[in-house]
Design a protein around this ligand. Structure first.
Ligand code: PNW
Length: 478
């Protein structure tokens, strides 16, 4: 259609989900516990005191979920596999659980039968608890890297005839900093003894970052060595970042914004796509940021991570100075120098709606890492939605406004700035278990009544369906 900006006809759009947030059925068919099962059964972990035992019951209702995806007319679907359904205690020395393999094969086959391309995340935070208990999980380099590669290879062998698009890890920054820094997420380690019995927030997050980079790199190497040629797929990683904008044009604040980008995104993206940590991080963290051995460097450099999975929700303004080294001695705010505030407020304190920052971030990732980009997560929790009656909640005006701004910013980045964007997965298909927020924060484009498990499309689902129908040539209709 002349005059209409569009993505390429192979553009992959759809929605994203994650196993622990939707599946429920924590003991079904031989599944072992994950660190999220254990963590959420401790007292006072989630805002509403609830856990993922039920979630959206998707372990049982998966056919219904796939029908919903089909009704939205998606090209693709991003979801994660639960490691402890496939290997109950996670270990490379243990048996594989055939029931877990069968379950996910049926799921993948059903997607394909409906013309929906599966984008499979191997790890979305639900580490088999036995690995944490027996050797410290992500803290133990020698064990976790081998166990992760074994698990990944199990999945390549079991599903690789059907799955061509793999994502190793989801948001390694959150795994490290929320799991081992603040301790809000599983496994709940931090230096804060009021909250956590054990942990060291100064050192452990950086160890966990390092070991996840290696788990990713060795998995890519295994894919290159044994699967790439026969399965003809691609493999990437989903990294999360805000766009950090300088508070003003003072040189120290401009430098601080770049430092925050280094600490939030470069921390993972530089080693994975360029083979080394950002120098600004080494300078501040010193020995706490481990060096890669020469063998590890070889693996990092030789491996081909095919695409950059980008999870992003918001923009923040950054000033130089601050005690925390998590973002490299900066302070961040949503309030501009003139007292005005960036974008519309959401239900959570860490994000607001600010689409211009998304376009800048897409340009930054494109120019810095030079890889095809898949936006693997992007979404908005409308403020107060959980307290609204159903009939108001499904008219999710703020979420529609957010998506309208973000997908148009992405379209401009693609068609005007030349950014190579191959796909977009909105977070999330369903209202679901939002980690430490429990069920109080709703991110879904589909409303879930948690008492009945009834699913109802919100206005945002309809908006996205119409948008991609219009801007992806040849999109099939539902
Ligand atoms: C991501 N932050 O989490 C996760 O990948 C999803 O599982 C989650 O449901 C979604 O985003 C919404 O929260 C994040 O504080 C959690 O910067 C927190 C942050 C970023 C991402």
């Amino acid at each position: 259609m002349p005059g209409i900006k569009s993505f390429s006809k192979t553009f992959q759009w759809g929605f994203a989900t994650a196993s622990y947030q939707i599946e429920g059925s924590p003991d079904a068919d031989g599944k072992g516990p994950s660190i999220w099962d254990t963590h959420t059964h401790k007292p006072s972990i989630t805002l509403d005191g609830l856990n993922g035992d039920t979630a959206t019951e998707s372990y049982k209702l998966w056919r219904e979920d796939i029908s919903l995806l089909k009704s939205y007319g998606v090209a693709a679907h991003r979801f994660s596999l639960s490691w402890s359904r496939i290997i109950p205690d996670g270990s490379r020395h243990s048996r594989v659980n055939q029931a877990g393999i069968d379950y996910y094969r049926a799921y993948i086959q059903e997607l394909l039968n409906n013309g929906i391309r599966p984008y499979v995340t191997l790890y979305h935070w639900d580490l088999p608890d036995a690995l944490h208990q027996s050797y410290g999980g992500w803290l133990n380099k020698d064990e976790i890297v081998k166990d992760f590669v074994y698990y990944a290879e199990t999945c390549f062998s079991a599903f690789g005839d059907l799955v061509k698009d793999w994502i190793t890890l989801n948001e390694p920054w959150c795994v490290a900093n929320l799991g081992y820094g603040t301790g809000v997420n599983a496994p709940g380690r931090s230096s804060d003894r009021k909250r956590c019995a054990a942990g060291d927030s100064k050192t452990e997050p950086w160890i966990v970052i390092h070991n996840q980079i290696l788990a990713h790199a060795y998995t890519v190497q295994a894919y290159d060595n044994s699967y790439r040629e026969t399965q003809e797929g691609q493999i990437g990683v989903a990294l999360d970042s805000f766009w950090f904008e300088p508070y003003d044009d003072a040189p120290e604040n401009v430098a601080a914004a770049q430092r925050a980008m280094d600490f939030r995104l470069g921390l993972l993206a530089d080693p994975i796509f360029k083979g080394a940590y950002p120098p600004s991080m080494k300078k501040i963290l010193g020995d706490r940021l481990r060096d890669f051995t020469s063998e590890e460097l070889e693996v990092l450099h030789a491996g081909c991570t095919d695409f950059f999975g980008l999870n992003t929700y918001t923009t923040m303004l950054v000033k130089d100075g601050g005690v925390s080294d998590v973002l490299g001695h900066v302070t961040s705010t949503f309030t501009r120098k003139d007292g005005t505030v960036l974008g519309t407020e959401s239900h959570v304190g860490w994000m607001r709606d600010y689409a211009p920052g998304f376009r800048k971030l897409l340009n930054y990732v494109h120019n810095t890492y030079k890889k095809p980009i898949f936006v693997t997560e992007n979404g908005f929790p409308a403020k107060g939605e959980n307290d609204k009656p159903f009939s108001d909640a499904i008219k999710d005006t703020d979420r529609v406004a957010y998506f309208r701004g973000y997908v148009n910013a992405m379209l401009d980045a693609h068609s005007e700035d030349g950014v190579d964007i191959r796909g977009y997965f909105a977070w999330s298909l369903l209202d679901n278990f939002e980690w430490a927020d429990g069920y109080t924060t709703r991110f879904g484009v589909t409303y879930v009544d948690f008492a009945t498990q009834e699913r109802t499309p919100k206005d945002s689902a309809i908006f996205l369906t119409d948008f991609f129908k219009k801007h992806v040539p040849g999109q099939r209709s539902s």
